[in-house]
Design a protein around this ligand. Structure first.
Ligand SMILES: Cc1ncc(COP(=O)(O)O)c(C=O)c1O
Length: 449
């Protein structure tokens, strides 16, 4: 294969500039714009911008296209569905693609117990529904989530999200009955690991102490956790922590909800991150790569919990749109037939090897981490103080973009570079992207004074 990156103009070029100028006059600044690019075509892991530049996409629509942009089988399934109907509203008349997808998600998610699935439109909406269902089931109101969590931008999901700026700035008051635990972010934990090397938060005594300061466990409907933080900086929870959390939830009648919106559908080298932990959560929330680019999200959980809300308490006009359901069924087929989970594990190892080799000589890389292909590097000004270096990350992102690679930052302090390249990207494309990353890393080093 020849080179993928093919720059016909500077990035951004004049056509992107012109569209961004129109955007600024028509769209409020609150809607973020990570790059100054306008795109006219996306295939596999490659975007073509309005100036004809071909760029490698390590953002994958923020973890939405694990099976690649415009995966041919997904495109064919959507086209075929469009020939029948695009929308009828599932609460009005039922249709097979919704039911088939609920069956598939009930089967493919962790645990062999009886399950139910409700489909909605976005990750935030699915998180809100998970909380509603847990409250209806337990008759309790409190929700426990974590520092560094990201669960979305709607009112309740925003309250559950940790990072203040930009997600919460000016948007209060926040929904009540949200309580926050420290996330087991061992790299930044001042206590360090315990004598036996395990996470200092992973014990029943620590949970009892932490809850004593925030909320009575008997009042808690749900604990919602990302097993590997997404926006929070790709931090995987240690297995012993997840085991202790799960035991605590079970002992206290609390519904344990795994937010697998970013970790799901192969990203971590398993279908779901839960599998790395042998965790069977009471509910699992999915979105993003579920429908390969179409808007769709799901809450899947134990039947007895999911059946708690009264008839009419769940759903919406568009939830489980037939085109999105057809896309999701095709995504699940592609994942099985093309062994996308296995591919993610190999891809992750390939990327991590490069990251680790850079960390050997670049003292600004404080940590390399992540499950499967959900890998990241955390940048620090100094490996001892671990002061976050978000300025370096901005320089890396800019240097990569000017060379034809789209990169995303992450982390509460904006000092993490994460990779969400489509899992189906060929090695040659990934290597080309990594070569550009290496150049961007060098270019982003400040000249010594
Ligand atoms: C872990 C996690 N939860 C929830 C959300 C919110 O999803 P959406 O943007 O579809 O509302 C996101 C989005 O980035 C996410 O990564």
């Amino acid at each position: 294969m020849g080179r993928v990156i093919e720059l016909k103009t500077a990035v951004p070029g004049p056509a992107s500039d012109a569209l961004m100028a129109r955007r600024a006059r028509a769209v409020p600044r609150g809607v973020p714009s990570v790059t100054p690019l306008a795109v006219i075509q996306a295939d596999g892991a490659v975007l073509t911008d309005a100036d004809g530049n071909r760029l490698i996409d390590f953002a994958g629509g923020i973890g939405v296209v694990n099976v690649g942009h415009r995966n041919p089988r997904v495109v064919a399934a959507v086209r075929a569905q469009l020939d029948h109907f695009a929308h009828v509203c599932f609460p009005v008349v039922s249709y097979e693609p919704y039911i088939a997808l609920a069956e598939r998600l009930n089967a493919v998610t962790p645990g062999t117990h009886d399950k139910r699935t409700v489909l909605v439109n976005s990750g935030a909406e699915a998180i809100e529904n998970a909380v509603k269902i847990a409250r209806a089931h337990t008759g309790r109101q409190a929700v426990v989530c974590f520092e560094h969590a990201f669960h979305g931008r709607t009112n309740l999901a925003m309250a559950m999200t940790s990072k203040v700026r930009p997600y919460k700035t000016g948007f209060g008051p926040f929904a009540p009955e949200i309580y926050r635990l420290p996330y087991p972010y061992c790299y930044r934990c001042s206590a360090g690991r315990t004598a036996d090397g395990s996470c200092c938060l992973a014990s029943p005594e620590r949970f009892a102490q932490l809850f004593a300061a925030i909320v009575d466990p008997a009042a808690v409907a749900a604990i919602v956790i990302e097993l590997e933080l997404g926006e929070g900086g790709f931090v995987p929870a240690p297995p012993e922590y997840v085991r202790a959390l799960s035991a605590f939830a079970q002992a206290n009648g609390i519904v344990l909800v795994a937010d697998e919106i970013q970790t799901g559908f192969g990203r971590t080298g398993a279908m779901f991150a839960c599998e790395h932990y042998e965790l069977v959560p009471d509910m699992i929330v999915t979105a993003k790569s579920l429908a390969g680019g179409l808007p769709l999200a799901a809450v899947t959980g134990r039947a007895e919990i999911m059946e708690s809300p009264v008839a009419g308490g769940l759903g919406g006009t568009y939830g489980g749109n037939p085109l999105a359901c057809a896309a999701a069924l095709a995504v699940l087929d592609v994942m099985a037939e093309d062994m996308v989970v296995e591919r993610a594990a190999a891809l992750g190892a390939r990327i991590k090897r490069r990251f680790c080799s850079w960390a050997d000589t670049d003292a600004g890389i404080g940590d390399v981490r992540g499950l499967g292909a959900m890998v990241a590097m955390e940048f620090v000004q100094d490996r001892t103080t671990k002061a976050p270096d978000n300025a370096r990350v901005s320089r890396i992102v800019t240097a990569a973009l000017s060379r034809g690679l789209i990169l995303l930052s992450a982390g509460t302090y904006g000092n993490v570079i994460r990779v969400l390249v489509p899992l189906t990207a060929p090695d040659a494309v990934v290597d080309e992207g990594l070569d550009v990353m290496a150049e961007a890393l060098s270019a982003s080093r400040l000249a010594p004074h």
